[in-house]
Design a protein around this ligand. Structure first.
Ligand code: IFM
Length: 478
């Protein structure tokens, strides 16, 4: 799904209260429900999720941490890009963001109070390795050690993303992901993290949304590093995948006990009508949106029809070396799925919106697409454990965010249906825990269930945060 134009979301109905019956009462007053046999079930208590389902929330380093010059952190491409005039709405930057670096304990308590079972965050590569490689910045690493330990002390499982777009600027000066060596630099950094925290992190994610780097950072040029070169973009995409595979291999070479996989942004594609032309275009779009990422990682090959779209002289062809796909498909333990919506294409290949959108007008909101996506992954790629690593919507700065509650409820219902269809979905991380720096949109888009007043840094639950807290406590939705 591309970041693009369109409609406004009509807020839907309220969430009905759950039947209480003789169900066990928890200390916080919520009713705990458990599916018989530990699987997903449906009954008077509503949609019950499997026992131990990982109710989570997600963030990323540059979007919340701030403290960009503290304790020896080096600059990333986003520090440089966001300070270039005209790049970010209102001239915003991530210099302070949600000041999470200085408010770690408060934010950890916030997560505990919500009842989170799982928290997905990313490590800022240049905070740990200020120039991307070489000597470790002990203070930077210590921040992540405190974060992981603080989560574990609160009974929250850390899910650690190694790359959420903040390439060290020093490496960008050497070509960044355009340079094949970047895959190796990334694996070395990953190895540093596995060695430092491998004894306590249960889940690692290599890359977040390589598609967005390719489409927005290197094609549209509206994300860092701001290039507009589709041919180069596909080389970058290949090197990112290579970095993923090398990082998976690096983990296997350490004593780290965690599982590892990638977090891919995926969007089911549908023909806009029944014509052969529309169906053909939907297949092409599926190659671009989904299979060019899923196939290399999970099947060890690029889709032939996607490769066929690359001209004979496309530099990506030369970038794919013998043996690369064996590295890229190094056995993943799980797959992270970022799901924001569906993609519809006409017979001429144009994209059309067939569902409501949000404040982020590229988003086509369709909860059924999540069910289609999860069951399709099982069907086409096998029974790999899945985690939803992102799912959410942007709303105006409203504390009574009923539209977000409806969104979350409908997507959780779709996830529940997929579990009932035997998809191994283990956890769900909504995007996002708190309002943050939304890249080129600066602070104008609000994605959090927790409101951040960026003038005071005060955190306040939106209605969706209270709702999600109840969902977690009840282990399900009505
Ligand atoms: O904020 C981003 C996140 O960094 C990556 N996935 C999509 C989110 C909303 O645009």
């Amino acid at each position: 799904m591309r970041r693009r134009h369109l409609l406004t979301l009509a807020a839907a109905g309220a969430v009905a209260g759950c039947a209480r019956g003789a169900l066990p009462q928890r200390a916080d007053g919520a009713v705990a429900i458990e599916a018989p046999g530990g699987g997903a079930s449906t009954g008077p208590a509503g949609l019950v999720f499997p026992k131990d389902f990982g109710w989570g929330a997600a963030t990323s380093a540059y979007q919340i941490e701030g403290a960009v010059k503290d304790d020896g952190r080096g600059p990333s491409v986003w520090d440089v890009f966001s300070h270039e005039p005209g790049r970010i709405r209102n001239g915003d930057t991530g210099d302070v963001a949600a000041d999470h670096y200085h408010r770690l304990d408060e934010d950890l308590d916030l997560m505990r109070d919500l009842g989170l079972k799982s928290y997905r965050f990313s490590v800022s590569w240049p905070r740990v390795l200020p120039t991307g490689w070489g000597a470790v910045n002990a203070k930077g690493l210590d921040f992540y050690r405190r974060l992981v330990d603080g989560l574990l002390a609160r009974g929250i499982a850390p899910v650690v993303t190694l790359f959420h777009w903040d390439t060290p600027q020093a490496l960008q000066d050497l070509g960044g992901w355009e340079n094949r060596d970047c895959a190796k630099w990334f694996a070395d950094y990953a190895h540093t993290m596995f060695t430092a925290l491998g004894d306590r992190v249960p889940t690692w994610l290599t890359l977040n949304e390589p598609k967005t780097v390719v489409d927005v950072g290197y094609t549209a040029g509206t994300h860092a590093p701001g290039k507009r070169d589709r041919r180069l973009a596909n080389v970058v995409g290949h090197h990112l995948l290579l970095g993923h595979g090398l990082a998976v291999q690096a983990l296997r070479g350490t004593t780290a006990k965690g599982r590892i996989g990638a977090a891919l942004s995926l969007s089911p594609t549908y023909p806009d009508d029944d014509s052969a032309a529309a169906r053909r275009q939907a297949t092409i779009a599926d190659g671009e949106e989904n299979r060019r990422w899923l196939d290399p990682v999970l099947l060890g090959r690029y889709p032939q029809d996607w490769l066929a779209t690359q001209p004979a002289d496309a530099p990506v062809r030369a970038a794919i070396k013998d043996g690369d796909l064996a590295v890229i498909s190094a056995q993943s333990d799980l797959l992270g799925v970022n799901y924001y919506g569906t993609t519809h294409v006409t017979g001429t290949g144009s994209r059309v919106m067939r569902h409501p959108t949000s404040q982020a007008t590229w988003q086509e909101i369709d909860p059924n697409g999540l069910y289609d996506l999860l069951t399709r992954i099982k069907r086409d790629y096998g029974d790999i454990p899945l985690t939803i690593t992102e799912n959410g919507m942007a709303t105006k700065n409203a504390m009574l965010d009923q539209d977000r509650i409806t969104f979350l409820r409908d997507h959780l219902a779709a996830a529940h249906r997929a579990i009932a269809a035997d998809v191994k979905l283990e956890s769900y991380h909504l995007w996002s825990l708190m309002d943050n720096f939304e890249w080129a949109e600066g602070y104008t888009q609000r994605w959090g269930i927790v409101n951040v007043d960026f003038a005071t840094q005060r955190r306040t639950h939106k209605a969706s945060a209270d709702w999600y807290k109840t969902v977690i406590a009840r282990n399900g939705i009505s």
